[in-house]
Design a protein around this ligand. Structure first.
Ligand code: ATP
Ligand code: MG
Length: 556
């Protein structure tokens, strides 16, 4: 996968092309506006790839703007994680990071402008009353009794709000639009409310905070955004976006365009719900490898290129749909298949003894093997070999039918990169479990066929006298249902058995040197990466990133 991929044509690039051609714009300026109330998830990646990608493809700009108008839910930890995730995905914002809170002074002045034109009023209905008066989709709303206050009175009351002379919920500023509008968002929306909370950046300077709909359009205009892209649920709000900009003295009027959200099977893309999973201990932090947060995908072993490729493939449309998890998995599998070095790892070790080791033609102490079958430039390595090896429990049966392409008593298999061996006997413990397999190796059979000794298949091994005894984590889907977001109690859909910890896997010795950021194909098992949380120097822990094939589960 290339590090620079162009966004495939979509309805937004069509709009931009027309705007440039017809002279409505001579450049493209986008923004990515996360609310810092959680970590970013795969849905945000779609928006990031689009907004930053458009800026890249059209030689324009993309701002990173924190939509920090709700001081109660926001946090520096989130701000830092979001910046890191955007950069990790391979994008850089134009200039400084922006914040809606950078514009609080200007927003306040624009609110005064609306008041002065008789287009905003201080309402003293309670939140419940406001809801009641708002009406429904079928019924128009009712005017608030405070709606016709004079400009002077509204000025004075808004000043009181600003000075902390109203308790929370006792007064708010509303735009005076139309309580009978078919669009509920136009029924005198609240544009400022009182909140006594310290803000991460403005501290205690303000006790009134502007609402999203008022803030967002003005912030876009202040930054001279040309194309303001959001998700479909804001379609109606576009009327309010335009109304605000038409009624204040600002020289720029960006346009809002809506695309469908990304919904991904077996995953949650709501920060509120992700917060619950994290805070109630259902997962191991925001970066739990089973989560489709950006940090979870990173810890799982996804590369930035694989996530960008996924976003490229799903495209940008106005149709709501749900993407299959396998679409995301294919992207990382293809990337790792092409780029990850191979390694040998026995997840459920079973001892194998070569009884005739040391005889003529059976004396190898190591094999030189390629790190990647198709990429000689990735070099070779030595894998050690001796009389005693580990193979996977699943690769031996005392008896099996013809379909079984692994080792059985009396049968022949090739040890990957090594000799053909024939199983002669096995040892068992008191429960009947096989504890050791005895084989005879066929002399001089490394890398070539030997007349009369046909191997049924190839199995992998690790030298039992030289290996890394390491921990491996296997993951299944976090949820038992494809659409947990729609479940009444999505927490009840968490699969408690979705992590399996293998404390003692037998791993090729060189894997002890693996570092965070390294990924491997464990031959015949899957793709694995070094876990960033539990690994220590010389003791990497491995996470399953994805199985080798779509249908094949990692062997149980
Ligand atoms: P959440 O419900 O997770 O809080 P949000 O839309 O409120 O989602 P924001 O932080 O406000 O989250 O979103 C920042 C940007 O990312 C917005 O432009 C939003 O439209 C976009 N975005 C969020 N979720 C998705 C998604 N699932 N698909 C595409 N874009 C998304
Ligand atoms: Mg939001």
């Amino acid at each position: 996968m290339d590090s620079v991929e162009k966004i495939p044509r979509n309805f937004i690039t069509d709009i931009i092309d027309a705007d440039l051609k017809e002279g409505r714009h001579d450049h493209v300026a986008t923004r990515f506006p996360p609310e810092p109330n959680g970590y970013l998830h795969i849905g945000h990646a779609k928006s990031i790839c689009l907004n930053f990608g458009l800026a890249r493809d059209y030689n324009g700009t993309c701002n990173l703007r924190f939509d920090d108008t709700n001081p109660v839910k926001e946090d520096m930890e989130y701000i830092n994680s979001i910046k890191h995730d955007v950069q990790w995905l391979g994008f850089q914002w134009s200039g400084e990071v922006r914040h809606s809170s950078d514009y609080f002074d200007q927003l306040y002045q624009f609110a005064l402008e609306l008041i002065d034109q008789g287009l905003a009023y201080v309402d003293e209905l309670s939140a419940d009353e406001i809801r009641e008066y708002r009406g429904t989709l079928k019924e128009p709303g009712k005017n608030s009794p405070y709606r016709d206050r004079s400009v002077e009175e509204n000025r004075a009351l808004f000043e009181k709000m600003k000075n902390g002379q109203f308790e929370e919920g006792k007064a708010c500023l509303r735009a005076k639009i139309d309580m009978a509008s078919p669009f509920i968002c136009m029924r005198d929306p609240v544009i400022y409310r009182v909140r006594y909370a310290s803000h991460a950046l403005t501290g205690d300077k303000w006790c009134i905070y502007p609402m999203y709909d008022f803030t967002h359009c003005i912030s876009d205009a202040i930054e001279h955004i040309t194309h303001s892209i959001c998700t479909l649920e804001f379609q109606d709000n576009r009327r309010l976006y335009d109304w605000v900009l038409e009624h204040i003295s600002i020289d720029c009027h960006p346009h809002q365009y809506e695309m469908s959200r990304l919904n991904l099977e077996y995953s949650i893309t709501s920060k509120r719900k992700l917060n619950l999973l994290v805070n109630e201990g259902y997962v191991d932090g925001w970066d739990d490898p089973r989560l489709t947060t950006i940090s979870g995908l990173r810890r799982r072993g996804y590369t930035p290129a694989s996530i960008r490729e996924f976003c490229r493939r799903i495209g940008v449309t106005k149709q709501e749909n749900t993407v299959e998890m396998t679409a995301l998995e294919s992207c990382i599998r293809e990337d790792l298949n092409a780029n990850a070095p191979r390694a040998m790892a026995v997840l459920r070790p079973l001892k194998l003894v070569i009884d005739n080791y040391g005889a003529e033609g059976i004396t190898a102490t190591s094999f030189t093997v390629p790190n990647h079958p198709d990429k000689p430039e990735l070099g070779t390595r030595e894998i050690s070999f001796s009389k005693e090896l580990f193979i996977d429990e699943a690769d031996f049966r005392e008896e099996a039918n013809k379909q079984y392409k692994r080792l059985k008593l009396g049968g022949l298999v090739r040890l990957r990169h090594g000799y053909i061996v024939k199983a002669t006997s096995c040892e068992k413990d008191e429960t009947g479990k096989v504890t050791c397999v005895h084989v005879e190796a066929i002399p001089n059979s490394v890398g070539c066929d030997v007349e009369g000794f046909k191997a049924k298949g190839v199995i992998h091994f690790v030298d039992a006298n030289n290996y890394y005894d390491g921990k491996v984590m296997l993951y299944q889907r976090l949820f038992t249902v494809p659409n947990p977001g729609a479940a009444e109690d999505f927490l009840a859909c968490v699969d408690k058995n979705s992590v399996e910890v293998i404390e003692h896997a037998a791993l090729e010795a060189s894997l002890a040197q693996a570092k965070v950021g390294d990924s491997f194909q464990f031959e015949r098992e899957g793709y694995f990466c070094v876990d960033s949380k539990y690994s220590t120097e010389g003791h990497p822990v491995f996470n399953l990133t994805v199985a080798l094939r779509e249908t094949k589960k990692v062997q149980a």
